[in-house]
Design a protein around this ligand. Structure first.
Ligand code: FAD
Length: 279
C-alpha cells in the first residue's frame, strides 16, 4: 500500500467452516484494494490448524497476493517440520513467520524444538534461503521471559539464527516499540521490525487477548472502554481514534511498515489505512 512508502501486511486465522471460508474470501478481496505487501495466516501450535492454514495460504497465492505461512515448532519433531517445509515449497510459498507457539493445555511437550531460534536455524539448515523468515518480537516483554534482558537476548539470538525481519506483538504505547528497536539494533539485531497493530473493535475480546499475551492496555484506555459498556459504536469509534494515532506515531517515527491483526474483519483495518493515507 502506498501510505507514503509504509508497507502494509494483514494477518488472518484459518476458518473452521465452509461459510467462514467464504466470508474470509470476501474480507480479503476488500483488503487487497490496499495492496498489501503480503498476507499471513496463523498456525495452531501442535499442528491443530495445519490443513486450514495451508489451504488459506494457497488461496491467497492463487488470488495473486504474496502469502506467509506461520509455522510453530513447539511439540513438533524435525521429521514433521521437514515435511511441512517440503509441502510449503511445493505450494510455492516463499515467506514464513517462524514461531515457537504455545501448546494448548493437555498437550505433552516432547518435541525436538525448544525455542523459535531452534526453528529458524533448522529452516536455514534444511532449505537455505528458500524462505524469507519473519520472527516475533515483544516490545512489552514476552509473558514467560525470565527478565526483560533475557527476552531481548533471546530475540537477538533468533534474528542471528537467520531471520530476515520481525513482526511485533501488538502494543498501545509506541515508546515501548521504539525503545525495543533501538536496544535490539545496539546488540546487532537490526532487521526491519514491523509493528503488529490490533484494531480495537470489542473491549471484552481485547481484554481477554491482552491478558493472555502480555500486551498492556493503558489504564486510561481500559477505563474508557469499560465506561462504554455495551455501546459497540462508541467502542469502535474510540478504538479507531486511539489506533489511528498510534499508527501515525509509528509512521512518523520511521516504522518500516504496519502488520494488521485483522481478526478476519475488514472494516476497522480499511478505516485505519484510509486515515493513514490522509495523515
Ligand atoms: P520464542 O522466541 O522461542 O520465545 C519464547 C519464550 O522463551 C520467551 O519468553 C523468550 O524470552 C524465551 N526464550 C527464547 N529463547 C530462549 C533461550 N535460548 N533461553 C532462555 N529463554 C529463551 N502462536 C501460534 O500458536 N500460532 C501463530 O500463528 C502465532 N503467530 C504469531 C505471530 C506474531 C507476530 C506474534 C508476535 C506471536 C504469534 N504467536 C502465534 C504467539 C507465539 O507463538 C507466542 O507468543 C509464544 O509464546 C512465543 O513464541 P515465539 O516464537 O516468540 O517464541
Amino acid at each position: 500500500m502506498n501510505t507514503n512508502q509504509l508497507l502494509i501486511s494483514f494477518e488472518f486465522f484459518p476458518t473452521k467452516t465452509p461459510e467462514g471460508a467464504v466470508k474470509l474470501r470476501a474480507v480479503r478481496q476488500q483488503l487487497y484494494a490496499l495492496k498489501p505487501e503480503f498476507c499471513s495466516v496463523t498456525f495452531g501450535a501442535g499442528g491443530s490448524t495445519q490443513a486450514g492454514t495451508f489451504a488459506a495460504v494457497s488461496e491467497i497465492l492463487a488470488e495473486g497476493v504474496d502469502a506467509a505461512s506461520h509455522l510453530s515448532c513447539v511439540g513438533a519433531t524435525k521429521a514433521i517440520v521437514r515435511q511441512q517445509l517440503a509441502t510449503l515449497q511445493l505450494m510455492g510459498v516463499k515467506r514464513l513467520v517462524a514461531l515457537r507457539g504455545d501448546l494448548p493445555s493437555g498437550y505433552g511437550l516432547g518435541g525436538e524444538f525448544q525455542y523459535a531460534s531452534d526453528l529458524v536455524e533448522f529452516i536455514r539448515t534444511e532449505t537455505d534461503d528458500a524462505f524469507h523468515i519473519e520472527v516475533a518480537a515483544y516490545p512489552e516483554i514476552h509473558p514467560q521471559a525470565k527478565s526483560a534482558d533475557a527476552d531481548l537476548q533471546a530475540y537477538v539470538r533468533k534474528v542471528k539464527a537467520g531471520a530476515n525481519a520481525t513482526i511485533t506483538q501488538y502494543f498501545f504505547n509506541s515508546d515501548a516499540y521504539f525503545r525495543f528497536v533501538d536496544d535490539a539494533a545496539k546488540l546487532g539485531a537490526d532487521v526491519p521490525v514491523v509493528p503488529g497493530i490490533m484494531p480495537i473493535t470489542s473491549s471484552t475480546q481485547l481484554m481477554r487477548f491482552s491478558d493472555a499475551c502480555g500486551a498492556e492496555i493503558p489504564r486510561w484506555i481500559r477505563l474508557r472502554l469499560q465506561g462504554f459498556g455495551d455501546d459497540v459504536e462508541s467502542i469502535k469509534s474510540f478504538g479507531l481514534d486511539v489506533i489511528a494515532d498510534l499508527c501515525e506515531q509509528l509512521k512518523n517515527g520511521g516504522a518500516p511498515g504496519i502488520h494488521f491483526y485483522t481478526m478476519n474483519q475488514s472494516a476497522a483495518t480499511l478505516e485505519l489505512c484510509k486515515r493513514l493515507q490522509q495523515g
